[in-house]
Design a protein around this ligand. Structure first.
Ligand SMILES: [Zn+2]
Length: 398
């Protein structure tokens, strides 16, 4: 026999007694219950039967409501039930706010709600429109009208009607069921078939904040929070802003400008740092050039660079190669060991293929152009490979 749904008679009922009418492992069915079973976008209630936690509630095809609970009882036993009321009241606030927001989008933009999900953190509705139909201004307008309604005193009523009594023209959407159709009426503002639980007065929701929107399967998904969730969201964001304002020693209204100034300053500093680094590298390049070996009209600069990054080594090599008839051969110890070579074009030395030859002898890899190349070999043979490259280049230059 179908379970008597106490949550329809009184959505504020949060303690009740009932009789066990059926059992299966981990689940109990009662003759009546205040626990709302998952459905219509609203999650299942949680709470307690006796002192055991009810973790899930589901409605089966026969209309029996099952409570998932670790409580072994026989059919016929009496139980005391208690809802996790704060959680349920939160669901009532979110769900009623959803009806208001959906009606607002319908009234303002003919945007039909085709999906609803009441999540742990945020609530979403899917609107049958695209981003182009609803811009930020439209969303703000909808949020403002929804809030004006939620501060008002409109009464929310829910009741059952038969299909014959129903005038589809009065409804925001058509019912999905053909019998036991339940309508939720918000004053003369909204009328919609819905099996969820709702507050009695819109003022009990009080506040709604749209958090954003995104494209979702051809629809526009709008996320929001309402009631206590919206207040908590405001509280948390205010705390974050307050911390930022203290970190920046700026009043909250000045935080955005202060961060923009910091970003500009950071970019300036990054440019300055890059410039200074190059100056240092050019100084280092001049020192390296002083230690170059003269090879009858050309200079060879060959050595290991221990304290430079690969990018710095590449910069040094190409800078030195541009300064005159220079051949530059650097080794960068590490695993793998890197070889960086560059040759001034006047030398007519194809250092790239020579480097390629040496690294492939050691099972390494390399690449580049004839006058500028890099490669890598295993750490253990790095110094030998550099030496071989130097010898190979000298033979060609001689
Ligand atoms: Zn609903």
């Amino acid at each position: 026999m179908a379970t008597e749904k106490l949550y329809y008679r009184d959505p504020y009922l949060h303690t009740f007694s009932a009789q066990v009418v059926a059992v299966k492992p981990g689940w109990l069915a009662l003759d009546r219950t205040a626990f709302y079973p998952e459905g219509g976008g609203q999650p299942a209630d949680q709470g307690w039967l006796q002192d055991k936690r009810v973790t899930d509630v589901q409605l089966d095809e026969e209309g029996v409501i099952w409570h998932q609970v670790d409580l072994e009882l026989e059919t016929g036993a009496m139980v005391e039930g208690r809802l996790d009321w704060l959680r349920r009241f939160d669901h009532m606030q979110q769900h009623t706010a959803q009806h208001v927001l959906s009606q607002v989008f319908w009234q303002l933009f003919s945007a039909e709600t085709v999906g609803f999900h009441l999540g742990e953190q945020v609530v979403t509705i899917d609107l049958a429109v695209t981003e182009r139909d609803l811009n930020e201004t439209a969303l703000a307008q909808a949020e403002a009208l929804a809030n004006a309604k939620l501060r008002g005193k409109l009464l929310v009523r829910s009741y059952e009607v038969s299909a014959e009594m129903l005038d589809p023209n009065l409804l925001r959407k058509l019912p999905k069921v053909e019998t036991d159709i339940r309508l939720v009426e918000i004053g003369d503002f909204d009328l919609c078939p819905c099996g969820g639980t709702h507050v009695c007065d819109l003022g009990e929701v009080g506040l709604l904040k749209v958090l954003g929107c995104e494209k979702k399967r051809g629809n526009l998904r709008v996320s929001f929070v309402a009631g206590q969730r919206a207040y908590r969201d405001y509280h948390n964001k205010h705390e974050q802003l307050l911390t930022l304002s203290q970190m920046l020693s700026e009043p909250i209204v000045g935080v955005v400008d202060a961060v923009a100034r910091l970003q500009t300053r950071l970019k300036e500093l990054e440019r300055e740092e890059k410039h200074l680094r190059q100056q240092l590298l050019i100084k280092e390049a001049k020192e390296l050039l002083a230690s170059a070996q003269d090879l009858g009209g050309s200079n060879i600069i060959a050595q290991e660079l221990l304290n430079s990054t690969l990018d710095e080594v590449k910069f040094l090599a190409s800078y030195l190669a541009e300064q005159g008839p220079n051949l530059v051969l650097f080794g960068v110890p590490g695993d793998p060991y890197r070889l960086v070579a560059a040759a001034n074009s006047q030398l007519r030395l194809a250092v790239g293929p020579l480097l390629q030859q040496v690294v492939s002898q050691h099972g390494g890899r390399g690449g580049g152009t004839p006058t500028s190349a890099q490669g890598a070999v295993p750490a253990a043979v790095g110094a030998i490979a550099l030496e071989q490259l130097v010898t190979a280049c000298r033979q060609v230059l001689n």
